[in-house]
Design a protein around this ligand. Structure first.
Ligand code: ATP
Length: 322
């Protein structure tokens, strides 16, 4: 197989997948193909069904209905070949609380025929200086990095990472994104879940936006934005006592929403909006403009916000225009 053929290879194929827990439908008829050499992000808020989907893909949960093939094999068959080719980032390493970080990676490496060097992986996930620290003494972020290391050490063809950057500080997140993209650049495939649109945009070749058990959009981040949110967001500071609700009346304002101390105005003519904000009797300050991103795509497709902490105010300054 040449490079091109390899990149066309379907590593994961999911068809009409459903997972019910009693009356609750957590995964509601998902179909998704993942090709070799790509990073696919499953982007959705808490409870969207991401973990249920990923754990079915590795055979840890049983589908209610539908079909999954990983490297042309049903994950429920749990063959030794599949166990070596696919890895799921462990959810916790504290089953071995007294082992050190390097001992954990050496233990995980021993499960595989051609593992990565544990010291290299320790360095990749930024834990070299913590090589002698016991698992029970790690901070939340350090523990998360170690878990990502356990997913990569076996050199799997397909790595499944469930919220790999959760709890990491911005520098550690950026380092982790480098590790994940370098892993893909070696010809491997990654499916990760996240509720960070920043992460989805930074690392994912394609993004599946998941909401209430369904994939509501699938594509490259730039394509999704161009298709579903082809506008700019003008943002300004809302100072104490300042009323900017009038911005919703601007002919070029598609939507106006307050997020904490900032007011965001969606528009297809950011020049006009910025001029109007600057020319007001009490001019808006700290004006910024950016292209819409995946969070706007998510909001426009689902009517809800991706992250609670970025939840937009429902007060009178929020207006949606047709
Ligand atoms: N074992 C289970 N039994 C019953 N309900 C479950 C079970 N696992 C998940 N659920 C429910 O299924 C829905 C989807 O959960 P899931 O963990 O798959 O979502 P998620 O997108 O991974 O969420 P999070 O980002 O919070 O981890 C939620 O409503 C959850 O409460």
């Amino acid at each position: 197989m040449n490079d091109h053929d390899q990149m066309q290879q379907t590593v994961l194929s999911v068809n009409s997948l459903v997972k019910r827990y009693g009356d609750l439908t957590a995964v509601d008829g998902i179909s998704l193909d993942v090709r070799a050499h790509e990073i696919v992000g499953v982007l959705g808020p808490n409870g969207a069904g991401k973990t249920s989907l990923l754990e079915m893909v590795v055979g840890l949960r049983t589908p209610t209905s539908g079909r999954i093939r990983v490297l042309d094999t049903d994950p429920a068959s749990n063959t030794p070949e599949l166990r070596k080719a696919v890895s799921l980032q462990a959810q916790q390493a504290d089953i071995f609380p007294n082992l050190t970080t390097i001992e954990i990676l050496e233990l995980w490496a021993s499960f595989y025929d051609q593992p990565r060097d544990p010291h290299t992986v320790l360095s990749d996930v930024g834990l070299t200086s913590s090589h002698g620290v016991r698992v029970k003494e790690l901070s939340g972020g350090q523990a998360r990095r170690l878990l990502v290391g356990t997913a990569l050490i076996g050199n799997p063809q397909l790595a499944i990472l469930d919220e790999p950057s959760s709890g990491l500080d911005p520098n550690a997140r950026a380092d982790l994104w480098d590790v994940i993209t370098a892993f893909r650049d070696e010809g491997r495939t990654v499916v990760l879940s996240t509720h960070s649109m920043e992460e989805a945009e930074a690392v994912c070749d394609r993004v599946a936006i998941m909401h209430q058990g369904r994939i509501v959009a699938l594509g490259r981040p730039g394509e999704l934005i161009a298709e579903h949110a082809p506008y700019h967001v003008v943002s300004c500071a809302r100072e104490p006592g300042q009323d900017l609700t009038w911005a919703a009346e601007l002919p070029d304002a598609l939507r106006v929403a307050t997020v904490g101390n900032r007011v965001n105005i969606h528009t297809q003519n950011h020049q006009n909006v910025m001029e109007a904000l600057s020319a007001a009797e009490r001019p808006a300050r700290d004006l910024r403009v950016r292209s819409a991103g995946l969070d706007e795509v998510f909001r426009d497709l689902t009517g809800t916000d991706l992250n609670d902490d970025a939840a937009e105010s429902t007060q009178d300054s929020q207006r949606v225009k047709a």
